[in-house]
Design a binder for this molecule. Structure first.
Ligand code: FE
Ligand code: FE
Ligand code: ZN
Length: 300
């Protein structure tokens, strides 16, 4: 099973991310090359990259299983403020260059929100932007994340993702499925093979390059996008375990983006990463009803 979680980038950059992933027992990971909410980016230091590559080799972690996530502030769907749209384009181009410097092959992108405009207009803006950004010979491929459909988010249906893929001239583009987002968008995650059948009627299976494995705090079709810990949401452990073990997507990295755990039930601040025990649980295929307490205990 190729599985990991999102991790920090931090001062040691790729090396720091890798060390965090290894501490969770992961063989895949996803990082932001800086804070997801802002555009401040440190210069890539090749010293850390080279050290990370060596450590990856020692631990048999492949570059295909290291994923970058573009910052949320990029919005290619809304052209109302043309400076903001242009900025999103140039920033994403720069992120791709950073990924190439790090040797990362996939960057996850939220297609964007159309804000006051119809979805169709948003989709056209995304396509136009991606046609400026993507080159056939880019070594890092943009993969579009399926969205929950919160607010005016584009990419909430298979059809919307298909429209973007068809509009982009280059074939150097893929897809990232997010189980929480799919559930919240209205797709049934309880029979994943059935979902894949529907998906592959529109988009080839090979386009799927990453899966975000999250439970959801809300019911199917809620369009909310609030992630829950594995087995602690409305999708449930039985459905998620089948997804991570799906034979057709065996070689696709599975990335957890589940919420951190608070120190105790009355505390609000989420401080403990759940990933080590969640990964363990998914590998074992056995639900742990004491997961939250076990995570707290593991940090004492
Ligand atoms: Fe995302
Ligand atoms: Fe996600
Ligand atoms: Zn989400």
């Amino acid at each position: 099973m190729i599985i990991g979680s999102h991790v920090h980038f931090g001062s040691k950059q790729l090396l720091g991310s890798l060390e965090e992933a290894l501490s969770y027992g992961a063989n895949a990971f996803m990082l932001y090359t800086g804070a997801p909410q802002n555009t401040f980016r440190s210069k890539i230091d090749s010293k850390y990259t080279l050290e990370a590559l060596k450590l990856m080799q020692e631990n048999d972690i492949k570059m295909e299983n290291v994923i970058c996530h573009a910052p949320y502030i990029i919005n290619l769907a809304n052209k109302e403020k043309i400076e903001a749209w242009n900025f999103s384009i140039s920033f994403l181009k720069a992120e791709i260059k950073r990924c190439e410097e790090l040797g990362i092959k996939y960057i996850v992108l939220h297609p964007g929100s159309s804000v006051k405009h119809p979805t169709e207009e948003g989709l056209n803006n995304i396509i136009e932007a991606l046609n400026y950004i993507i080159n056939d010979d880019d070594k890092c491929m943009i993969i579009l994340e399926t969205m929950a459909g919160k607010g005016s988010e584009c990419g909430k249906t298979i059809e919307e993702i298909k429209t973007i893929l068809e509009g982009v001239k280059s074939s150097n583009i893929g897809v990232c499925l997010d189980t929480c987002h799919l559930n919240d968008a209205g797709y049934d995650m309880s029979n994943f093979d059935l979902f894949l059948d529907e998906f592959t009627k529109s988009i080839p299976l090979e386009k799927i390059k990453c899966i975000h494995v999250n439970d959801s705090k809300n019911v199917r079709g809620s369009h909310k996008d609030r992630h829950a810990n594995i087995g602690y949401g409305t999708i449930g452990f039985e459905s998620l375990i089948k997804i991570v073990n799906n034979e057709k997507l065996k070689n696709v990295p599975k990335i957890l983006e589940t919420p951190y755990i608070s120190k105790n039930d009355s505390e609000k601040e989420l401080v403990y990463p759940p990933y080590k025990l969640e990964i363990e649980m998914l590998k074992k295929g056995l639900f742990n009803p004491n997961l939250i307490d076990d995570i707290r205990e593991s940090y004492k």
